[in-house]
Structure formats: structure tokens, C-alpha cells
Design a protein around this ligand. Structure first.
Ligand code: NAD
Ligand code: SAH
Length: 416
């Protein structure tokens, strides 16, 4: 039985899902195909992705494809209770509440796995981790999984290296049509949407410090520049640091950036990127946000310990009065600012990411006998198919090689 906050919110959730759905044309076309061919007939799927309107569209596409869906969130603060209510109201098995305690969050993950799924769709690796630790007795039911995000794939690769991973998992994040758009343009826009709607402050003229110049960091820095901020990048990888410099940003270690920044956004997948080494240097009014992984990038416990007192400064913003008298602010307890204090990436972006998820889940099922245990790339064909369909949905078309060009590129030209 579902565990949600309030079923009376279903109407509001339905409205959000309808809006997202009309802006997700790829997923709609895949849903229509699934509805006819029922590729998941008789298959149970456990899904742990931000319980939000776009995710609801993915859940319904899989359900229409014949799957029995058991769904939960992947972050205790990103669940939207009205969306969870809409899915539960439609008869789906949903276990998600915004603000779930660590015990509730773990109970919700456990509940969807107790349904004995054949496919697990994960975001960040918590579901797969639980299956390989506390719930190993459920492993024999699992054919394979799909992973949505960068850190989830890193965790899987670490398990693979240790010889611990027990089934194939498709690295959805690593498809070009995922990270090039979702991580860069999706995060680039939704992080600023989250910060702006939560703070109602100006970005222009401020010093923005972006930690990590990967796909997410590039998007966040690019959009900060567009808003008129001076952007500083911190990195540990010399090549990415150089890339940031050539893109026109200042590069320096966090210990120096800490004293300069007005707004900090972490997007590294690493822990303690802003911690006790930095809090004492922060300016009065500095705003700390995380866009990377869970709540580990800003050392929140250390911040609590470093503060003389804490107060609610505005909805979703905690103010910390440091022992030097300065006030610093953190959004959404250091969890993903775009999802815990916003609606996450726009629908058109999640349309591509979730088209890849849906096609990868079908690929997993169709190729379950031949796929090796381990981290599996999304087939190139799926990536190209998603790009083609997205271009067509945008009303755009591209060139095709002439036979002469093909021969030239393959080195089949006659010698001069
Ligand atoms: P990426 O691997 O492309 O980039 C991460 C960058 O951070 C790398 O360049 C790395 O060198 C750098 N880095 C690592 N540790 C660092 C440290 N201590 N200080 C400074 N830089 C450091 O990864 P990505 O795709 O950009 O994803 C980054 C994180 O964001 C991941 O945890 C991912 O799961 C998450 N993510 C979040 C969203 C969202 O909606 N908020 C979307 C996609 C990915
Ligand atoms: N679950 C972890 C890991 C990061 S989640 C955590 O909560 O900290 C990052 C992923 O969220 C991205 O890969 C992106 O694809 C996904 N995402 C972003 N916006 C989303 C949205 N509106 N709905 C569902 N998923 C979204």
C-alpha cells in the first residue's frame, strides 16, 4: 500500500503532470509505442528518482507499457507531495513524502524493493546499494538496472572494481543526449531558477563561486555569467581548470575563493568542498548552495558546529550566525538547490533524459540474456534515435552525407 502525505493533493499533482507531459513530446511518442507493444508486460519495476512531475510522466509511460510500477523518491527533500498523490490516486504503488526522515527515506526504498522487482531504476545509487547490502536476498529477482546520474555511475563503477556488482546496470547518465543537455543546460537553468525563486535577490554584479567545472559546473557558470555575475571556478583537475580559464572565468582554490564569494554553488560529486577550512573566511551574507550530490558537498554538520546560532531566514533558507558575528545562509539544508528548492530541470530536458531511461529499460529487458554483469553503456543507436526525435520535435532537420562524401571519409577515393 502506498505511503504518501495527502491524497487530497492529487488534483494539484495531476495539473503539474499534464503541464510537464505536454512539453515532453519524445516521451509521449515512446509512451504511445509502449502502449501498443506492451514491452514490460508482467515485469515489476522499482524506481527511485526525484518524485516530481517529469518523473511521474516516465512512471506512467512504463506503466502503460505493461510494467507494475513501485516508485519512490531519491532525495528526501525533492518529493512533491501533490505529484506523489496523483500517482497513488491513479493506482500506482508510491512511497514518498517530502521531508522524510532518514529512517522513512530508507523504509520507502526498502518498500519498493520488497515488491521483488526485475528492473531497478535508480538516481544516485541508493536503491542498488541497498540491494547489495541489507536486501541481498532480493538480488535473484533482479535482471538489471538503469542509473540516472554521474555520482550513481561512479558508485557503480567502484562496486564493479571491487567485484561487488551483481547485475548489469545501464549508465543512462553517460549517454551524450543525457549529460550534454541535462547536466549542462538543465542544471545551468534550474539551479538559478531554484536560487532566484528562493532568495529573490539579484545575481548581477555579484561574485559567484562554482565548485567543479564538469558538465553541471559548466552550465551553472555559463548562466551565472549571463546574469552578469563575476564567476570564479574551483577545481581539482588541471585540464578542467584550464578549460574554465579559457572560458573566461577566474580559477583559484576554495581557500581564496571563500573570502570573495557572494553565492557559492557546489557541483563536484565530492564531499567537504566547503567546510571548516572555509567558514571563518566567508563574507557576511554569503549564500551556500549545493547542486551536486546528496548533502555532503557543503559540510553541514561542521557548519552547525561552527555557528553560535541558527534561524530560519526565509522559506528554505537557514541563517547561521558564525562566532565572528557574520551571518551565512544555506539553501535546502545543503541538498540539491534545483530540486529541493525548485522543480528541477525543465520538462523539455527531462524529456530527453527520460526517453533514454525508457528505451534503456526496454533494451535491458530485450537483451537480458546477453548483457554482462557490470556497468553497461547506453547503445549508440538509442542516443542517436533520441537526438533525431528531439530535432524533429523542434522542427529542425540536418544534412546527410552524399555517397561521395561517405567515400571520402572512408578513404575510398581514387588516388590522384
Ligand atoms: P563531472 O564529473 O563532469 O564534474 C565534476 C567536476 O568536479 C570534475 O571536473 C571534478 O574534477 C570536480 N571536482 C571533484 N572534486 C572536487 C573538489 N573537491 N573541488 C573542486 N572540484 C572538484 O560531473 P557532473 O556531471 O558535472 O556532475 C556533478 C555532480 O552533480 C554529480 O554528483 C552528479 O550526480 C550531480 N548532478 C546533479 C544534477 C542536478 O540536477 N542538480 C544534475 C546532474 C548531475
Ligand atoms: N539522488 C541524488 C543524486 C543527484 S540527482 C541526490 O538527490 O542528491 C541528479 C539527477 O536529477 C540528474 O542526473 C537529473 O537527471 C535528475 N533531475 C534533474 N531534474 C529533474 C526533474 N525535474 N525530475 C526528475 N529528475 C531530475
Amino acid at each position: 500500500m502506498s505511503d504518501i502525505r495527502d491524497i487530497s493533493l492529487a488534483g494539484a499533482g495531476e495539473q503539474k503532470i499534464r503541464w510537464a507531459s505536454r512539453n515532453m513530446p519524445l516521451l509521449a511518442s515512446i509512451r504511445a509505442e509502449f502502449e501498443k507493444s506492451k514491452p514490460f508486460r508482467g515485469v515489476k519495476i522499482a524506481l527511485s528518482i526525484h518524485m516530481e512531475a517529469k518523473t511521474a510522466c516516465l512512471c506512467r509511460a512504463l506503466e502503460l507499457g505493461g510494467a507494475e510500477m513501485h516508485v519512490t523518491g531519491c532525495n528526501p527533500l525533492s518529493t512533491q507531495d501533490d505529484v506523489a498523490a496523483a500517482l497513488a490516486g491513479g493506482g500506482m504503488d508510491v512511497h514518498a513524502r517530502r521531508g522524510a526522515s532518514p529512517e522513512e527515506y530508507s523504509r520507502h526504498l526498502t518498500a519498493v524493493l520488497e515488491a521483488k522487482p526485475q528492473i531497478v531504476i535508480d538516481d544516485g545509487g541508493d536503491l542498488v546499494n541497498l540491494l547489495h547490502t541489507r536486501l541481498t536476498r532480493l538480488l535473484p529477482h533482479v535482471l538489471g538496472g538503469c542509473e540516472e546520474t554521474t555520482t550513481g555511475v561512479s558508485r557503480l563503477r567502484a562496486m564493479e572494481r571491487r567485484g561487488a556488482l551483481r547485475f548489469p546496470v545501464i549508465a543512462v547518465n553517460n549517454a551524450r543526449c543525457k549529460y550534454l543537455f541535462d547536466n549542462r543546460y538543465g542544471t545551468g537553468q534550474s539551479v538559478w531558477d531554484g536560487i532566484n525563486r528562493t532568495t529573490n535577490l539579484i545575481v548581477a554584479g555579484k561574485n559567484v563561486v562554482v565548485a567543479g567545472y564538469g558538465w553541471c559546473g559548466k552550465g551553472i557558470a555559463m548562466r551565472a555569467k549571463g546574469f552578469g555575475a563575476r564567476v570564479v571556478v574551483t577545481e581539482i583537475d588541471p585540464v578542467r581548470a584550464l578549460e574554465a580559464m579559457m572560458d573566461g572565468f577566474s580559477v583559484m582554490p576554495m581557500e581564496r575563493a571563500a573570502a570573495l564569494g557572494d553565492i557559492f554553488v557546489t557541483a563536484t560529486g565530492c564531499r567537504d568542498v566547503i567546510d571548516g577550512r572555509h567558514f571563518g573566511s566567508l563574507k557576511d551574507g554569503a549564500l551556500l548552495c549545493n547542486a551536486g550530490h546528496f548533502n555532503v558537498e557543503i559540510a553541514m554538520e561542521e557548519l552547525e558546529a561552527a555557528a553560535a546560532s541558527k534561524y530560519e531566514a526565509r522559506r528554505n533558507i537557514a541563517g547561521y550566525v558564525l562566532k565572528n558575528g557574520r551571518h551565512v545562509f544555506a539553501i535546502a539544508e545543503g541538498r540539491l538547490v534545483n530540486l529541493a528548492s525548485g522543480d528541477g530541470h525543465p520538462a523539455e530536458i527531462m524529456d530527453m533524459s527520460f526517453a533514454i531511461q525508457a528505451l534503456s529499460a526496454r533494451f535491458l529487458l530485450e537483451n537480458r540474456v546477453s548483457l554482462a554483469v557490470g556497468v553497461v553503456d547506453v547503445p549508440e543507436g538509442i542516443d542517436l534515435e533520441v537526438a533525431r526525435r528531439k530535432l524533429a520535435a523542434q522542427g529542425a532537420s540536418i544534412d546527410a552525407l552524399t555517397p561521395g562524401q561517405e567515400a571520402y571519409l572512408e578513404g575510398r577515393e581514387p588516388a590522384p
